[in-house]
Design a protein around this ligand. Structure first.
Ligand code: SF4
Length: 521
């Protein structure tokens, strides 16, 4: 059987890195890890080819050549996914759709021949058997949470490795916390399941075997969800990395309580972790209680972010505006927090109610969901906020415009450079490709950009005060080009347009049955 695996296109967003990718001559930030994991579950004699629409074209001939097209997708990939489905239907090619979108909203995928809901490991044997026999049904639903220690080695060999800026692997699924807006715990559960150290090492060896050198993203939604397991795995990873001198460094996502565990942080930095994404969400304790992000309470998050950097883990973070308790002062509070914590890359989004989450259910009951969009995180979301929509959008736009105003961005970079210390395990060699990327970034930012003055001022300051950190400074600034440019060219003009048409958007107070939220915790 000839299988065509298709990764639909992602829209441009803060996550895409689009404006910085030309510096490294890469087409996408990360590969479709889910699809290459699925490929590893298919019968050995099925022939697989991968098309990533974020970098490849997909002529009709390729679709017609396939016996079966398998698609994955997150909610944001919906338009591109449906476009491919429609083309397959027109050409008479059978389709299977799985992934987070299919899991959240299978009812929207009537146009697909087969839909996989949930994690695929324990479904694939039935599905492939039925496909081979020509008896496959429409819906295949997960039977229980699979043991990821039995998940196969992803087919990294299907990737065009030279096209991706970084590669990825997954160590765990699930998170023990209960944030109200989070769909991760809906999809993967609250009992984290982990792979073995041997699996992680085999995956890293596979990544190296296709010629990759550089940064590997552990895509776990909370890498430290099971601290005991992670502390057992890290020494083996560190030993392997030291022994083989693997030219790889790692980064991941983790909950704020990572800062409480110095031993864990040290184990991570010794194993080659250099950065972590943390869902901080809000500096407001009321907002954190409202959204049940209780693990972020009773701590000085600014100091803890500083202390992680001082131990060698750089921090970037996610923030949300639009909680019920967010008032007119929430915008300035957010700006102040991000500047004080010196987080160069702050992903500030509007509160979105993702399908099946407790937040979605609550707002649905309160009649506070706008039907026209789901998960437009960096625009106007589907949540009808307590604050009038026009004020919300104008405030949100001001936060992003201020944070990514070049002088403010480079001020955070300066503070970050001052505090940051290289991780003890950070010893990835500098490759020729890194030097070329740095030269292209210097040309793109230092000559062609409208903020070149702020850029050179920052680099000059680093050379004067911390010349040994110039590599880190160049890399931080280069990635920042995407945030500055995307904010200026796309987000702010778009939000301003939306703010102008806000008069027609209802607000919570005007909706019958909208009650003030009861704070939990
Ligand atoms: S800590 Fe992160 S992954 Fe865990 S429930 Fe909260 S938002 Fe979800």
């Amino acid at each position: 059987m000839r299988i065509l695996l298709v990764n639909p296109e992602f829209p441009n967003s803060y996550w895409s890195g689009k404006y910085s990718l030309p510096f490294s001559r890469r087409k996408s930030l990360l590969p479709p890890l889910g699809l290459i994991t699925i490929a590893a579950m298919l019968p050995r004699d099925w022939e697989c080819r991968l098309v990533d629409l974020n970098q490849d074209s997909l002529p009709d001939a390729d679709l017609k050549n396939a016996d079966l097209v398998m698609l994955t997708g997150m909610l944001v990939q919906r338009p591109s996914l449906h476009e491919v489905l429609a083309r397959c239907r027109r050409l008479g090619v059978k389709t299977v759709v799985g992934g987070p979108y299919a899991t959240a909203l299978p009812q929207e995928l009537e146009g697909a021949d087969h839909v996989v809901v949930g994690e695929a490991e324990e479904i694939m044997a039935d599905l492939t058997r039925d496909l081979a026999a020509g008896t496959a049904g429409h819906l295949y639903r997960e039977k229980g949470k699979p043991d990821v220690a039995r998940s196969p080695l992803p087919r990294y060999d299907l990737l065009k490795v030279e096209s991706y800026h970084q590669l990825s692997l997954q160590y765990s699924r699930g998170c023990p916390f209960s944030c109200e807006f989070c769909d991760i715990i809906v999809m993967y559960g609250q009992k984290p399941r982990t792979k073995t150290a041997g699996q992680v090492i085999r995956e890293l060896e596979a990544i190296q075997s296709i010629g990759f050198r550089g940064d590997v993203f552990f895509v776990d939604d909370n890498f430290i969800g099971n601290k005991r397991a992670v502390k057992e795995m890290l020494p083996e990873l560190a030993e392997w990395r030291n022994r083989t001198r693997a030219p790889l460094e790692f980064y991941t996502e983790a909950s704020m309580n990572i800062a409480d565990d110095t031993r864990l942080v040290n184990m991570m930095t010794h194993a080659g972790f250099t950065a972590v994404f943390i869902g901080i969400e809000s500096p407001s304790p009321e907002a954190l209680r409202e959204t049940r992000k209780l693990q972020n309470l009773k701590r000085n998050m600014v100091e803890q972010v500083h202390s992680l950097k001082e131990k060698g883990l750089d921090v970037w973070a996610g923030f949300i505006l639009g909680f019920d308790c967010d008032g007119p002062d929430s915008f300035d509070n957010m700006i102040r927090f991000v500047q004080d914590a010196a987080i160069p890359y702050a992903m500030v989004g509007m509160l979105s109610a993702l399908p099946n989450t407790p937040l979605y259910k609550r707002l649905e009951k309160e009649g506070r969901l706008r039907p026209d969009t789901v998960g437009d995180q960096f625009g106007l979301s589907n949540v009808i906020t307590k604050l009038p929509a026009s004020q919300m959008v104008a405030g949100y736009s001001r936060v992003l415009e201020t944070l990514y105003q070049p002088e403010n961005f480079f001020q955070r970079c300066r503070e970050n450079i001052t505090r940051w210390k290289a991780a003890p395990g950070s010893r990835r060699p500098i490759f020729g490709k890194d030097l070329l990327s740095a030269l292209r970034a210097m040309r793109g930012q230092g000559i062609a950009s409208p903020y070149r003055k702020a850029y050179w001022k920052f680099l000059g300051w680093v050379l004067k005060n911390y010349p040994e950190k110039i590599g880190k400074a160049l890399a931080t600034a280069a990635a920042g080009h995407h945030y500055i440019t995307y904010t200026r060219k796309v987000v702010v003009p778009d939000l301003k347009k939306k703010a102008a048409s806000m008069a027609a958007v209802p607000q919570a107070a005007s909706i019958a049955g909208a009650e003030p939220v009861v704070l939990s915790g």
